[in-house]
Design a protein around this ligand. Structure first.
Ligand code: IPE
Ligand code: IPE
Ligand code: MG
Length: 295
């Protein structure tokens, strides 16, 4: 730790020397070299790692959220900003999810729910884009079904939404991931696919109306608990924290009913660039807000 601390101090010093030198025109060239040099970058990246580690220790000392939900947004903007194909943006997004799952398991957070495809996406996106997304869900779910991390941590995997609207190959992959993890309960990983919050409420209301017609529930007994019981993932507590990446400050029809009291956190980073530090900062912000309101 002492050694790392030393390097972090050196990193800051190199940075401030370079900034100071840049003020003088005559030496701006060597200064620019210094700030672009491999050494300076390696010091800066080490400094970042140390900062993340410290933040990790801090957040682990306080009550962590039990359920984190993420609106994984910004794959295409990530691709465009790096001059990559749209499909590569989605691929990087899928790879990012694997990493984030590891970070969540490391924090011992029981519930992770992610928004991977909305009902609106199915109607609004070109079929070519949808096909490549479906390929990624199929591959991703089949990978998860065999993932040693999932099995060693007893992670139950489930998909919720209007699954019937998905192509057969995705449905088969969902069944595969669900069947192979059905006996687990230490962690619950939920993927929202062909999902819409309003549709979920409509489906719950239809079920309750059916139960009422069949004489199973009286009108006066219909309340928010009865609605909650009929949601897609009724056994999961409401999210404590909802994170949306990529700068949009919207909910886009995600878990409308369940987020009544969730803390919402918006960050500008595109989903494929989301870092461990970004996750920790979101949690730190959640903990700060809870502390402020004495929760
Ligand atoms: C999120 O990224 C992935 C899905 C919605 C399937 P987007 O594809 O929405 O990317 P942006 O927000 O347009 O950059
Ligand atoms: C929300 O992102 C849905 C997912 C992340 C799966 P969108 O990119 O589809 O949402 P809007 O269109 O910006 O509201
Ligand atoms: Mg988007």
């Amino acid at each position: 730790m002492g050694d790392k601390m030393g390097r972090s101090t050196i990193g800051n010093t190199v940075d401030s020397i370079a900034k100071w030198l840049l003020k003088f025109r005559i030496i701006s060239k060597p200064a620019r070299y210094l700030s672009n040099s491999k050494l300076a970058w390696s010091i800066v990246s080490r400094t970042d790692r140390i900062r993340t580690k410290r933040l990790g220790t801090r957040i682990k000392n306080e009550k962590l959220p039990e359920h984190i939900s993420i609106i994984m947004d910004g794959n295409r903007r990530f691709a465009w900003s790096h001059s990559l194909e749209r499909e590569i943006g989605h691929l990087r997004g899928k790879e990012k999810l694997k990493q984030v799952m590891e970070w969540i398991l490391d924090l011992n957070i029981k519930y992770l729910t992610v928004y991977a495809l909305s009902t609106e996406n199915i109607n609004a996106r070109e079929s070519e884009e949808l096909d490549s997304l479906y390929d990624l869900y199929e591959i991703g779910l089949n990978e998860i079904a065999e993932d040693s991390l999932i099995h060693s941590n007893n992670v139950k995997v489930q998909a919720v939404g209007r699954i019937e609207e998905l192509p057969e190959r995705v449905k088969v992959a969902i069944k595969n991931a669900e069947n192979k993890t059905a006996s687990y309960s230490d962690y619950i990983f939920t993927v929202c696919l062909a999902y819409g919050g309003r549709e979920e409420i409509v489906d719950a209301v239809k079920e309750i109306a059916g139960d009422h017609a069949d004489g199973k529930i009286k009108l006066e007994n219909i309340n928010s608990i009865e609605i909650s019981k009929r949601l897609y993932s009724a056994d999961i507590p409401d999210p404590d924290l909802v994170i949306r990446t990529s700068g949009e400050e919207r909910i886009s029809n995600f878990l409308l009913w369940q987020i009544a009291y969730s803390e919402l956190y918006f960050t500008d980073v595109h989903w494929p660039s989301f870092s461990k530090n970004d996750l920790y900062e979101a949690i730190e912000s959640y903990q700060y807000r809870r502390r402020k309101y004495g929760k």
